[in-house]
Design a protein. Structure first.
Length: 287
């Protein structure tokens, strides 16, 4: 009984892995400079970085519609799948999971299982990837669903932004935390807890913040086999430095992906943001 795995564009999975495992990706929508488009297709990371760097320009995002998900589910079934596992960014950050759930009720909940990753970017992406690997090995829907949820539980996200203002405007962090960060000119290290963006600690400089980011990843990884993803928006040099430091501090990296954040998440963290996702999935051979 073939199982297809679906996600949304905010997972930021490498394109080669999407193609290799036949993962279906439903794009979010982004609005900037008076035009609306699909993330990664009509509006790119560069578009968002330029808009956010321009005084007075705002960028907003919206979820896919239930109709978008129904179309994706039916396409996957028409392509030969019998069951579907649909894994999405945190329901605390977006209505995407809810739209997928509504669509699943229309297609049939005995056919579609919808998983809330309680995070975003490759914290969602690693759950998708592990699920897709299990599906490719012939696992049934319940097993694919279970592996996705176990990966969610074993994944952490740490990141640093140049300013908390974008998160505040988008309602992704409390106004009090944003104002405090700006007033004290600190560089907060943030993480995602139960689907929400939460300050982890405050430091005085960007260099110190990146150092603490690496330390938190190393502490969580320990000496276990882990998968890593480094994300950034318009900050490739910072991302490269993080990769170099992580390779020296994390002893057992089974796979490491580097990618620029897309429009839907980039709009909320702003240019200069960098982050690391660390997953401790069950022992499976990396590609």
């Amino acid at each position: 009984m073939p199982v297809a795995v679906l996600t949304d564009s905010a997972a930021y999975l490498p394109r080669d892995l999407v193609e290799a495992y036949g993962i279906h990706v439903v794009p979010l929508y982004v609005l900037l400079a008076g035009r609306s488009g699909r993330e990664g297709e009509d509006i790119t990371s560069d578009d968002v970085a330029r808009a956010l760097a321009t005084r007075g320009q705002r960028v907003s995002t919206s979820r896919p519609t239930p109709g978008d998900f129904v179309a994706a589910y039916r396409a996957a079934l028409d392509a030969g799948a019998d069951r579907l596992v649909s894994i999405h960014l945190s329901s605390e950050l977006s209505g995407t999971w809810d739209a997928a759930r509504v669509a699943a009720s229309q297609v049939g909940e005995h056919i579609v299982s919808v998983v809330d990753s309680r995070s975003t970017a490759m914290a969602t992406g690693f759950a998708v990837l592990e699920a897709a690997r299990a599906a490719a090995d012939g696992a049934d829907r319940d097993t694919v669903d279970r592996i996705a949820r176990e990966t969610v539980e074993a994944t952490r996200t740490f990141f640093v932004v140049d300013t908390l203002e974008h998160l505040r405007r988008g309602g992704r962090i409390g106004s009090a935390a944003a104002i405090l960060g700006s007033a004290l000119a600190v560089k907060p290290v943030l993480h995602v807890v139960d689907g929400r963006v939460v300050p982890l600690e405050k430091v005085r400089t960007s260099a110190r913040a990146l150092g603490r980011l690496v330390q938190h990843v190393a502490d969580y990884a320990g000496d276990r086999d882990v998968s890593l993803a480094v994300h950034h928006l318009a900050a490739p040099e910072r991302a490269e430095r993080l990769v170099s430091e992580l390779r020296g501090r994390v002893p057992a990296v089974r796979e490491l992906h580097v990618s620029e954040l897309g429009a839907a998440i980039g709009a909320h963290v702003g240019p200069g943001a960098v982050g690391v996702v660390v997953a401790r999935p069950g022992a499976r051979p990396a590609d």
